[in-house]
Design a protein. Sequence first.
Length: 91
Amino acid sequence: MAINVTTESKSVANQTIQGTFQIWNTLVITGLTANADNVIAHKLPKKPSFVNLRPGANGLWGEVSVDGTNITIHVGSGGATSGRIDTMHET
């Protein structure tokens, strides 16, 4: 099964003390493979500086890496193959 990513929500937070704005996104992820590292193309304009994993009921997600194009997470044996990822990057 292919990994599917959709953006559930996007909002702009208040301006930071440095003068930038924080962009928050919630990505809905399906089609992950259990007991494997999964590379998820986040399609965000910048590398997220904050990532919060919210796996489905079975849990067992662990963050491996984040870069400008992908979020790689490990799904443990019997872990959730769908869930949400909250991200934040500054403009």
